[in-house]
Write a protein that binds this ligand. Structure first.
Ligand code: SF4
Length: 352
């Protein structure tokens, strides 16, 4: 017997096909989507604009499953890390980052990650599995409904655990759930996909979703990028930057390059100059992030002086180079620190 599909994994068109098997009109699929994404329905019985008979028949052919919030912790700087438990018991994490008047949600696309970046705690775990569309978009629907910050989330970054473009089909489907008017209705200008550089998928994403693109760069040359990020051996910098150059960026959008500064590895003035030369001609901004140490990590955080000197060289060469405050360091919620493991202490209580 095949398991009933989770309706939250289905697109509008797939729900239309599903309900056509019950002889129901297409427009009913939009009503169901509205209940799921705006109404927060967790069962078909709540969908009171559908007839009782239809609801009962839906229960017979589909399920509604969302990730469950297991734990939420708050860091000293206000950043929140939310641990989700999936249907099979796996744990994944999202992070809520405070801005001046809004919040940014950083969500995961895989449990663990196969890409093996040397500076990343998630990468040390290896890949457990790809997340389903309902598990990717479901982090957002749950954060929206069950955290006090939910209604003020304005930006979404797919930059949590995992490499979004290594789980391309599910990530794309989740992006459509997040950005369509029958889904969560976010503008695609407010959604950013961060990748370590899977070149063929970058081109595909540009054609199929037109969301913002961030590249986790972290080195100014192939030799060091090969050491830090094994993906570079397959897709070296020249190929990656060509894909970036071709990525569609309507209006005033800019590519983002993330550069984690590691003491003695990639943080010298010469490295900054090399980086400036490498990115010349690309419409981009740089996010500089001081490496966040985690238990057992091989790298160190640079001194504040080294970080400022690095940034100044880029500013002098007319780059927008922002030093990103490292959010949530004390609860391992900062960039590269997500592990999907429950800590011993409890933060704010899990949902009912
Ligand atoms: Fe995976 Fe991103 Fe960590 Fe690299 S930095 S191992 S792509 S989660």
């Amino acid at each position: 017997m095949t398991a009933k599909p989770n309706i939250r994994d289905l697109s509008l068109e797939e729900i239309e096909t599903l309900i056509a098997s019950l002889g129901k009109e297409k427009y009913r699929a939009r009503q169901i989507m509205k209940w799921l994404y705006s109404g927060g329905a967790t069962s078909f019985s709540e969908m009171t604009t559908l007839s009782r008979e239809f609801r009962t028949r839906m229960e017979g052919i589909a399920r509604i499953i969302e990730p469950a919030i297991d734990l939420a912790q708050t860091a000293r700087d206000g950043t929140k890390k939310v641990l989700f438990r999936l249907e099979d018991g796996l744990l994944i994490e999202s992070v809520l980052i405070p801005g001046r008047n809004h919040w940014t949600a950083c969500i995961s696309t895989q449990a663990g990650c196969a890409m093996g970046c040397r500076f990343c705690l998630t990468g040390r775990q290896g890949l457990k599995r790809n997340l389903l569309p309902s598990e990717i978009a479901g982090q957002m629907t749950m954060l929206r409904r069950h955290t006090p910050e939910g209604p003020r989330i304005k930006n979404i970054v797919l930059m949590g655990m995992g490499e979004p473009l290594a789980n391309y089909d599910h990530t794309l489907k989740a992006i459509r759930m997040l950005t369509s008017d029958h889904g969560l209705g976010f503008s695609n200008r407010k959604v950013t996909v961060s990748t370590c550089g899977i070149v063929p998928r970058i081109a595909q994403l540009g054609k199929e979703a037109c969301v913002n693109l961030a590249i986790s760069l972290n080195a100014p040359d192939d030799r060091r990028r090969n050491q830090l990020m094994p993906v570079n051996r397959k897709y070296p910098l020249a190929d990656l930057l060509r894909a970036c150059n071709d990525y569609p960026m309507p209006g005033r959008r800019m590519l983002t390059f993330e550069y984690i500064l590691m003491a003695g590895v990639n943080d010298s003035p010469t490295d900054a100059e090399q980086l400036a030369r490498l990115l010349r001609g690309l419409r981009c901004k740089l996010n500089l992030i001081a490496f966040n140490a985690f238990p057992g990590s091989d790298y160190r955080t640079p001194t504040p002086e080294a970080i400022s000197a690095f940034q100044q060289i880029l500013l002098d060469r007319h780059y927008t180079a922002i030093l990103r405050a490292s959010h949530g360091r004390d609860i391992l919620a900062a960039c590269g620190q997500l592990s999907g493991e429950a800590p011993s202490g409890r933060g704010f209580p899990p949902q009912e």
